[in-house]
Design a protein around this ligand. Sequence first.
Ligand code: IPE
Ligand code: IPE
Ligand code: MG
Length: 246
Amino acid sequence: MNGSELTKLPRHLAIIMDGNGRWAEQRMLKRIVGHQRGVETVRMVVEQASALGIGYLTLFAFSSENWSRPKVEVRALMSLLRKYIRMELVRMMKNNIRFNVIGNRADLPAEVNRILDDALGQTSQNTGMVLTLALSYGGRQEIVRAAAKIAQDLKAGNLGSDEITETLFNQYLDTSDLPDPDLLIRTSGEMRISNFLLWQLAYTELYFTDINWPDLTINSLHAALADYQARERRFGKTSAQISQRS
Ligand code: IPE
Ligand code: IPE
Ligand code: MG
């Protein structure tokens, strides 16, 4: 990408990394091999996004619904996650990346949580790209958790019902520190949201590609960003209003 193209980059890029299992199955390999190859794509995308100057990168790594997969696959994914965080920590420090996690961490194994806390602590003062992993994450569950917290604050008298606005609701979500995503990429040809960032995606541009996650290349990532740059984001206004910037 050249200099002028860098000006219209998404501030927040969110990705549903899908197709690891199919990538492996098509090659008569075990699904976990697809997940292992997927980690290499994660590395490439994190490095690219950070180098391009994208402010926030959010990756859907494990959904609330993924707990229903066969135990052996869940275990393998948790073990891969531990290895990935341990190995990436050095690179995150080198690239000034601030690590972040969203989702229901209470459901994650204690060992995973320990490693996550370590990475969160070590990178907390970094000032570069914010890398958020969505782990044991579901958009509906997040909204319900937020509503329950609001109810508690109402009951405790810390909050009045007239104070409940979109801005306030946003503060109760796991993503309270993140801007809404500008662009969502989903790989593997599935055209659905699968319970990812339901509230936050209200006005996000969506980009779907048939490429399976382990096969995603720098060029295919750039193609998604170029497609985004050609979009007109109207937020309910008319095209004329947008071109007048009114
Ligand atoms: C995405 O790949 C990774 C996770 C959901 C953990 P999948 O494992 O969903 O791959 P497919 O969709 O079965 O090909
Ligand atoms: C969404 O992918 C979750 C992640 C990428 C982590 P899935 O493969 O679980 O989604 P569905 O079940 O096909 O919608
Ligand atoms: Mg899938």
